[in-house]
Design a protein around this ligand. Structure first.
Ligand code: KG4
Ligand code: ZN
Length: 351
């Protein structure tokens, strides 16, 4: 794949057919992590720096976009320097600079994307814009040799999708949530039982010691490969209210764990069932999971159980499930739906 250097217009070969080692530096700033990474040939991570803003936003119970954008500005130069330092590489050694274009918070995206564009201009290298969702899927290529085709379940704070990945560059969304994303449902349920932001990982931990069959929770029947989680969230809300009335106060510790476990069981069963149907219908033998919620213990367990039926299952290492820039660099290398125009604008919603 030939890409043009921004200043001189010189052509550079990038990707699997390039015939030499590619080092792509990528920047990710779509939400509350400022991240910079350098990846060799799409798979080997030579530097990975993530500055998390969780502490800042925990005070507010969620991400405040304006504050997030300002924190990205404070962190961006530091993390770029740190990535160069970790790798021992110089800007001239970089083959191309990549940045997340969207979906995400516009003010946040602008910081990282403009940094990536500026680096490409200053050092006369190609610029590669990346879709955050495609990048999450590409996290599976990091430190692994997995190749398409495979069926993917992408579960994050903002998205829930089943994606048919036919090749590095051809991906088709087969289904998605019609309301809340899985991560969003986790965070909302966590908040209503009083857990601090981001509640997903904390809810997961509590669920592991609860009884998954303590409470029967409904799951909406949605056509095809689509999902709906807002009814489930409301059912948990009603259950919690009912238990509080019965107790004449707060839930007991055991009840909290049982609510978490029952919610987690319902969500993971639903996701696993639809993913299984999709992979069966397509006839693939490989399944991957990706996105922040792919770090969830029960979802991982249920999907890795597919291996008992002869499927091969892959998930990124935990540190590459949540937002990071290594996945963005990999996505740029494999040329997965990239935007190479320096004038590309950030976008907030999936496209
Ligand atoms: O992919 P990600 O880092 O950011 C987005 O692009 O949205 O995903 C963040 C989401 C949050 O909703 C967080 O609560 C959830 O992933 N999450 C989890 C777990 N770890 C992270 N949800 C459930 N169980 C976990 N272990
Ligand atoms: Zn993400």
């Amino acid at each position: 794949m030939k890409k043009e250097c921004l200043f001189s217009g010189k052509e550079v070969n990038i990707g699997t057919e390039s015939g030499y080692d590619n080092y792509i530096m990528a920047i990710e700033s779509s939400c509350d992590e400022t991240a910079c990474a350098i990846v060799k040939n799409g798979r080997e991570v030579v530097a990975n720096v993530v500055a998390s803003q969780i502490k800042t936003h925990a005070k507010f119970g969620g991400v405040i976009p304006e504050i997030a954008a300002r924190e990205h500005l404070d962190a961006i130069n530091i993390i770029i320097d740190e990535a160069f330092e970790q790798s021992g590489l110089k800007p001239q050694d970089i083959t191309a600079f990549a940045g997340t274009v969207g979906p995400g918070l516009v003010g946040c995206l602008l910081v990282g994307l403009n940094a990536a564009k500026t680096l490409a201009l200053v050092y006369d290298k190609p610029f590669i814009g990346v879709n955050h969702l495609n990048a999450h899927l590409c996290a599976n290529y990091l430190d692994s040799d997995i190749k398409p085709p495979f069926m993917a379940l992408l579960i994050s704070g903002g998205h829930t999708q089943i994606i048919d990945v036919e090749s590095y560059s051809k991906q088709t969304i087969l289904g998605e949530t019609i309301d809340d994303a899985v991560g969003e449902a986790y965070d909302k349920v966590a908040r209503l039982i009083g857990l601090p932001y981001p509640g997903g990982p904390k809810l997961d931990k509590l669920a592991q010691t609860g009884n998954a069959h303590a409470y029967e929770l409904p799951i909406a029947k949605v056509d095809g490969y689509n999902f709906s989680f807002s009814g489930l969230k409301t059912a948990v809300l009603r259950l919690v209210k009912k238990l509080k009335v019965e107790n004449g106060g707060e839930l007991s510790e055991a009840q909290v764990k049982d609510v978490c476990a029952s919610f987690q069981e319902t969500v993971s069963r639903t996701l696993a069932k639809k993913l299984k149907k999709a992979v069966d219908n397509k006839g693939y033998k490989q399944v991957v999971i990706a996105g922040g919620v792919a770090a969830n213990s029960e979802i991982r367990k249920k999907i890795f159980d597919f291996e008992k039926d002869g499927y091969s299952v892959h998930a990124p290492a935990m540190k590459y499930c949540t937002d990071n820039a290594a996945m963005v660099a990999s996505c740029a290398y494999f040329n997965t739906n990239t935007f190479d125009d320096i004038d590309v604008e950030v976008f907030s919603r999936a496209k």
